[in-house]
Design a protein around this ligand. Sequence first.
Ligand code: DOR
Ligand code: ZN
Length: 343
Amino acid sequence: MSKLTIPTPDDFHIHLRDGAALARTVADAASQCARALVMPNLTPALDSVAAVEGYRERIIAHIPEGTTFTPLMSLYLSDGLTPQTVIEAKAAGVVAVKWYPRGATTNSAQGVAEVSAIYPLLEALEAEDMLLLIHGEVTDPEIDIFDREARFIDEVLCDLRVRFPRLRMVLEHITTKRGVEFVRSQAKNTAATITPQHLLFNRNALLVGGIKPHYYCLPILKTEADRAALVEAATSGDPRFFLGTDSAPHAQSAKENACGCAGCYSAHASLALYAAVFDQAGALDKLGNFAARFGADFYRLPYNPGTVTLERVEQRFPETLPYGDTTIVPFLAGERWPWRLLA
Ligand code: DOR
Ligand code: ZN
């Protein structure tokens, strides 16, 4: 098969940033998908309904003419969030709440320091039937960075799943075999998104032959066994695994830096990245559901109208992209790639 037509996809995990960045990020997102779940880790964090609504309007103002794109908004789970805000957010059309453990990643300083402090909020989410999106890493500095996802699952998530059995949870950007096993071991109300970088690469890409900052994201790339487990899950047809790129732009200077930021920018070409993964696994027939149906089902959204077509024709990814008054180095900059999205 050299051409593949799938239903119009959704991206259930994206960072669009704000201000001048929106011209780039919104247009790129809209080139790949009809809807995207927008992460709320701005500074300050989007932990009020008014802040989320204002952000939604700024995003909508940047949707290119002739394009349909719907941002699906999320609220930031800070210590200051109240059950009343959760109720108001749901009424305002906010679809999910994002939980960052404090200090886990970019702009998580307002995140949750103590899990037990958010039990009342989780109760409210469960009662409101609102989705909880989880950055699943422990932050204890004693714990090895490669173990942080598995330790979060074992020490935090297993307990929460028992405490809040009806809460619908998405374990975002899973990176480990343990993550796959955990989701599979749970009832149908636990799902996971999987990024292109975690499907394509293991930690060698980041660390062998020199440190490659454009492969640095959080959770960090893991072992080959982990990567293989993610590919198996994504291509298995299990509806609990679906597309979320975690496309996360940082200016070139912030990535190529002695203390480089975490995040890979894939929003401009995400479908071509996933297509190559599914092709290599002999599972192109599974891409449509992963990209366009399973996430919508979990979020209880209607499917998007229309289709997109991918082609097994080589493209070369750009070296850099304009980003406000600076540049970003997109994921796999300058590389040849075997698939492309037809305009
Ligand atoms: O690599 C990452 N970048 N992981 C995250 O969790 C956040 C994101 C960002 O916002 O830059
Ligand atoms: Zn993210």
